[in-house]
Design a protein around this ligand. Structure first.
Ligand code: GTP
Ligand code: MG
Length: 198
């Protein structure tokens, strides 16, 4: 599954330019700069598939990646909670993100990425509430685990798991990852493979 040649299939700036919903999709959501694009690259083992950057707001469209053998879309999303863009653009983005997350028939799972240094923020809770209401299955991934100590990681992990109890559609297993050290990716690949098997 992840040894294939993944390619960029389509970028969609709004809900009118999505590809046909003809195969399962796994989407990666999270605050701006949390590491969504980097995580996808590490997941598939292709360093330059999704564009990553230190500048928040790098990903500006719903980017669909596919691989002919896998029959699956991986969807890199623009970050939410990015306040530095023009207000009307942010509002349009929020509508698109919310519309996509709550209305996409083929969405198999949403991975909600959370910076391990910061833990869940109110905006993450908001997005998770939306996914609860839409009954979309989602799972939290902590990113950039290489940036904190093991003790801090354990603390944030425990706190995150505890917060998930008030989110009925959340899958309880939280995965701690680092795109730098590849920590957590074996686990993540196994979760994705199992999703496709089911
Ligand atoms: P937007 O598209 O702007 O919403 O950002 P994004 O969530 O796609 O983040 P992106 O993957 O572009 O990464 C943001 C920055 O964090 C880049 O400078 C990455 O190199 C860095 N980064 C991502 N993942 C990790 C990680 O696991 N460890 C470390 N140390 N840095 C990371
Ligand atoms: Mg990005």
């Amino acid at each position: 599954l992840f040894a294939c040649a993944w390619t960029f299939s389509r970028g969609s700036p709004d809900l009118d330019h999505l590809p046909p919903d003809d195969r399962p999709e796994i989407a990666f959501a999270g605050r701006s700069n949390v590491g969504k694009s980097s995580l996808i690259n590490t997941l598939v083992g292709q360093r330059a598939l999704a564009r990553a950057s230190n500048t928040p707001g790098r990903t500006q469209e719903l980017n669909f990646f596919t691989d002919p053998a896998a029959d699956l879309y991986l969807v890199d999303m623009p970050g939410y909670g990015f306040a530095e863009a023009p207000k009307d653009k942010v509002a349009a983005w929020n509508r698109t993100l919310r519309g996509y997350l709550s209305g996409r028939r083929t969405l198999l799972r949403v991975f909600v990425l959370v910076d391990a240094r910061h833990g869940l923020k109110p905006v993450d809770d908001e997005i998770m509430g939306l996914l609860d209401s839409a009954a979309v299955s989602y799972q939290v991934i902590l990113t950039k685990a290489d940036k904190i100590s093991r003790t801090d990681l354990d603390r944030v992990m425990a706190h995150t798991i505890q917060s998930l109890s008030k989110h009925p559609a959340a899958y309880p297993h939280v995965i701690a990852t680092s795109a730098e050290t590849a920590m957590g990716f074996e686990d993540l690949r196994a979760v994705v493979a199992k999703l496709l098997d089911a």
